[in-house]
Design a binder for this molecule. Sequence first.
Ligand code: MN
Length: 498
Amino acid sequence: MLNRKNYKFWFCTGSQDLYGDECLEHVAQHAKIIVEKLNESGFLPYEVVWKPTLITSTLIRKTFNEANMDEECAGVITWMHTFSPAKSWIIGLQEYRKPLLHLHTQFNEEIPYDTIDMDFMNENQSAHGDREYGHIVSRMGIERKVVVGHWSDEVVQKRIGEWMRTAVGVIESSHIRVMRVADNMRNVAVTEGDKVEAQLKFGWEIDTYPVNEIAECVNSVSVADTMALVDEYYDTYDILLEGRDPKEFREHVAVQAQIELGFERFLEEKNYHAIVTHFGDLGSLKQLPGLAIQRLMQKGYGFGAEGDWKVAAMVRLMKIMTEGMKDAKGTSMLEDYTYNFVKGKEGILQAHMLEICPTIADGPISIKCQPLSMGDREDPARLVFTSKEGPGIAISLIDLGNRFRLIINDVKCKKNEKPMPKLPVATNFWEPQPDLYTGAEAWILAGGAHHTAFSYDLTAEQMGDWAAAMGIEAVYIDKDTTIRNFKRDLMLGDIFYK
Ligand code: MN
């Protein structure tokens, strides 16, 4: 479902003809070596492509416009090897519309003390040329990432790799299509929002279909297809009958298998990448989609419960940004449910009534079938598991009426202290940073929602850079957060993003 695209990033080196052809040959050679080594590093999720050295405003403009037009190009990496008078970059930068990275590096790692002369200085003057270039990008108010350090340094290579994922998030955001088969839950505020503004800012298309259109598609899935998927479930997951009749249990599971297949066909046919449902608006569906939605999320679809289209789009976005990541630990929708306030063991139990993505699971995954106190349908089958330990980020995108705000909280996921045998849902448990008390206070002051898009595999920096590229406010709740400073951040945001 994720349909990994073969994105590439262009490597554009700036220079000028003041120092002669031999110098320009060195510039090109150096850039080619850097590109080759970056591609060999193993830290970049996408390929870097070397482009001929840019020395005139005509060529710069042409190159940036070619980058705009090339569907495979997800961004341009710029580096001023020598001095490149920055007025030459103005028109090209004005017309450029994709993510921009300024790699502030130089070819040599160490100053060659014994041999350095003025020729060397003229040829290797990124410290000088990159400042001239940085000046014009700042003066033009263009959002870009600056990464500083020697290109052979793993830290630098990893930062370039992380930025590439952000850049793909920026490019892919405008391809996200969310299907709503139910409206937002009655009377709930935070799941609402301006869908037109979301399309203007993020490029998301958010459309509604009557729930019975997708229910008809579910009903048309054949018994044979449904039973084949049920067999797959039974091969993949532990079955926890908990006293239920095995045949009756299997029939409940089959309802979810039919929903998974019907939903997936409907989404594919209509080209949607995320979906929202609502337990109070299920039409002719026999169960609230639980296991079915969990499987769709695992395949890369975004999901938001109770009509929460902002979370659905964010989960989809974050799944695209982490796509193909080696050792990925998972991305899911989650919801703040219950606190543990015991000193030294503080945290928030994360769950939902059913729909947590199994990519975040740690250990075995089981199927349970239990009554749902919400809604009026038969007992839905769902996947039950606990989640991995380690750092992650919880994201909430809120609509403040005149603008969007992205709230980013670093969280530390922990094992549940004890098993919860009577809880029939998947869970995660985390301690928000800097601690539960400050983290929750800041989250509430910022207006953060109870639904979050969560990932182990992205950083606050990546999501903040994405927000900056979208032109919206991002606020960070992390190890450095104090309430006094956080309130000042919110006040500054109110002024700046008016
Ligand atoms: Mn909910």
